[in-house]
Ligand binder design. Structure first.
Ligand code: HEM
Length: 145
């Protein structure tokens, strides 16, 4: 008897593995990288995000690549970040930082703005991603001690 499985071969490109993933439907790497670059450009230039900016290293080059890779895997695309960081998750990545409600709000706001500015062709999906990421960020903010 021949059995079939939906499990993809391990090394096929992610767009072939999950052609309907949010990553693919949003436009893949060029769009995700453009959103991340816009996010860090805003964070770097708009004083409204000063608290969030101050938490990051002066050079954002590593983060531009890390966040884009993270979001690719998170949205169903290539899982390079997760494979390069076995066992790491949102909680462990951010453990060293005290994230205030203000900083969390700044992250959420800058990400929604970045998505709106990049304006992915699939506008509804872009908006939904912005909402979900924003909720994740706000959920990471801590009340003042
Ligand atoms: C709630 C507000 C947030 C704050 C204040 C925050 C802050 C930070 C800081 C300070 C770093 C280290 C940056 C550096 O090394 O220069 C970092 C790393 C990172 N953050 Fe956040 N973050 C927030 C939310 C998020 C969210 C919502 C995501 C994902 C959806 C995310 C994904 C990441 C990733 C992937 C890294 C890099 C991990 C690595 O490869 O080293 N962050 N974050």
């Amino acid at each position: 008897m021949v059995t079939t499985t939906d499990t993809p071969a391990p090394h096929t490109p992610a767009t072939e593995k999950l052609p309907n993933s949010p990553f693919h439907l949003l436009g893949g790497h060029p769009v995700v990288q453009a959103i991340v670059d816009r996010f860090y450009d805003l964070m770097d230039s708009d004083p409204a995000y000063a608290e969030l900016r101050a938490m990051h290293a002066p050079d954002l080059t590593k983060m531009r690549s890390a966040l884009a890779q993270f979001l690719a895997g998170w949205s169903g695309g290539p899982r390079d970040w997760f494979e390069a960081n076995p066992g790491r998750c949102m909680m462990s990545v951010h453990k060293p930082y005290t994230i205030t409600r203000e900083a969390a709000g700044q992250w959420a706001e800058a990400m929604k703005r970045a998505i709106a500015d990049v304006a992915p062709a699939n506008a509804d999906l872009g908006r939904q991603m912005g909402e979900i990421l924003s909720e994740m960020a706000v959920g990471m903010g801590q009340p003042p001690q």
